[in-house]
Design a protein around this ligand. Structure first.
Ligand SMILES: *[C@@H]1O[C@H](CO)[C@@H](O)[C@H](O)[C@H]1NC(C)=O
Ligand SMILES: *[C@@H]1O[C@H](CO)[C@@H](O)[C@H](O)[C@H]1NC(C)=O
Ligand SMILES: *[C@@H]1O[C@H](CO)[C@@H](O)[C@H](O)[C@H]1NC(C)=O
Ligand SMILES: *[C@@H]1O[C@H](CO)[C@@H](O)[C@H](O)[C@H]1NC(C)=O
Length: 434
């Protein structure tokens, strides 16, 4: 009898997951780039890119539009089972471009700089920005329109060498958006952004209709003077969670994170050690080793890339990585290509890393490019039910799959070069807000 009850509970838990959450693979996306251009007159400009992952057995016909005055509509076909890198131009499309003229006084700037990407087949989209001399970059998963929310909390650098930025994109006309204490009404694909020298982490962003929100820093760092672009597409508060697998980037034994809350008395812990008690709109930067991060209320957790010297390569450059909560792990196949495209060849080559985080069922039942990853290759995260595997890889297209319906996982791809780092989390599951 007890067995029957447990079985029913498990079945209903699986159905609850299936009912509420769908992978971040969709047909309609809005996003923007905030200013990634450094304040140096000698910088050669910036590569902006949308990477479209078509994991279907058919061509995906993609249209990219923007109301920006000199933007030309892009129509492309993405071949079956491939990732297409679509250059987005002109670079002046970045919110508050050019960087050297930003007043960064924290006041709203409204511009026609939203980007809409539509596809006739479901795809995953990753945005990437990289300075053409290979000195600064970051990437983020574009959250599909069906997952956009009306409430977000920003994460920005606590050590900004260039302005911190928040940029929101309206999905519908007459979207009333509030960032901190300022409110503005914008139409579809208009961008309202703020740039500031002060810390904007914890800034509450809300609206009366679903919109997209991206935050970070034009060039920020953890605590030393080696800055890099840090950009993340924020998860709406409805997509937050209470349990996270936090693994330091390769070569590090501890790593920096930022956590933000949207409720009072959110107690955040790493294993059994309390890290912070946060009220709504507060943030905390902290450093921990591999740990299970938990909270009594949903929070948003961002991992910060750090500079590392491993004795062979210059592994360098901070970046922001969204860490979704463990209930958002997916069993859907992920097709992706590591980012980082402009190498400083006088120093060396990029290092591409993957991190796969999974549940017990996943250890031994996940295939990378068609080959099973052996169960013994996964490390157990102590005091948890989670396992992880890290490896170096190549800059070609890869696929992560499972045939086991009980397997759920995250794929994290990150890249280090000379004074440059970037990374993204692969397609995961989120509650549909439509
Ligand atoms: C910066 O802004 C000022 C005032 O709007 C303008 O005169 C100047 O040309 C701008 N500088 C650049 C490099 O765009
Ligand atoms: C590339 O590396 C060389 C050698 O360290 C350095 O002098 C140069 O400034 C680097 N280029 C960039 C754009 O960082
Ligand atoms: C809005 O917030 C900013 C930053 O916290 C502050 O400097 C400014 O005085 C505030 N303005 C109003 C009208 O409250
Ligand atoms: C991978 O990187 C090399 C340079 O190291 C470059 O020549 C090649 O085009 C890259 N491949 C892809 C698919 O981006």
């Amino acid at each position: 009898m007890a067995g029957h009850v447990l079985c029913l509970l498990l079945v209903s838990a699986i159905f609850a997951h299936a009912d509420n959450s769908v992978p971040t693979i969709a047909k309609d996306f809005v996003f923007t780039f905030f200013n990634a251009y450094l304040n140096f007159a000698d910088k050669p400009g910036i590569l902006l890119m949308a990477l479209v992952s078509n994991n279907n057995n058919g061509h995906a016909n993609v249209v990219v539009t923007s109301p920006f005055r000199s933007f030309t509509t892009i129509r492309v076909s993405v071949a079956p089972y491939s990732v297409l890198k679509i250059p987005i131009a002109p670079q002046s499309l970045q919110a508050q471009f050019p960087g050297y003229n930003i007043t960064a006084d924290g006041r709203f700037v409204v511009e026609d700089k939203g980007i809409r990407l539509q596809s006739d087949l479901p795809v995953a989209v990753y945005a990437h920005a990289e300075v053409y001399d290979g000195s600064s970059a970051d990437s983020f998963l574009v959250i599909p329109a069906i997952h956009l929310g009306t409430q977000y909390v920003a994460v920005t650098s606590t050590y900004p060498l260039y302005p911190n930025m928040i940029a929101v994109v309206a999905y519908q006309d007459n979207t009333r958006v509030t960032i901190g204490n300022q409110t503005v009404t914008i139409n579809a694909l208009q961008v309202a952004s703020v740039a500031s020298w002060t810390f904007l982490s914890g800034t509450v962003i809300s609206g009366n209709k679903p919109f997209a929100a991206i935050s970070g820093c034009t060039c920020g760092d953890v605590n030393i003077a080696n800055c890099n672009y840090e950009a993340v597409m924020l998860l709406p508060v409805v997509g937050w969670g209470t349990q996270f697998v936090a693994i330091p980037f390769v070569y590090l034994t501890t790593n920096w994170y930022q956590v933000v809350a949207n409720t009072n008395n959110a107690v955040v812990s790493a294993d059994s050690t309390t890290i912070a008690t946060l009220n709504a709109g507060e943030y905390r930067k902290f450093q921990i080793g591999a740990a299970l991060v938990t909270s009594n209320h949903p929070v948003q957790l961002i991992q910060i890339g750090q500079s590392v010297w491993d004795g062979h390569n210059f592994i360098s450059g901070p970046f922001f990585l969204q860490l979704p909560s463990t209930d958002k792990m997916s069993s859907s196949s992920v097709l992706f290509q590591p980012t980082g495209f402009i190498e400083n060849t006088s120093v060396g080559h990029f290092s591409y890393f993957l991190r796969i985080v999974t549940n017990l069922a996943g250890a031994g039942t996940i295939q990378l490019d068609g080959t099973a990853i052996g169960a013994l290759q996964f490390k157990h995260l102590p005091l948890s039910n989670f396992y992880y595997y890290e490896l170096t890889t190549s800059n070609t297209t890869h696929r992560l799959t499972t045939n086991n319906p009980a397997t759920h996982y995250f794929l994290i791809s990150y890249t280090y070069g000379d004074v440059e780092g970037c990374g993204f989390v692969g397609a995961f599951d989120l509650p549909s807000t439509k």
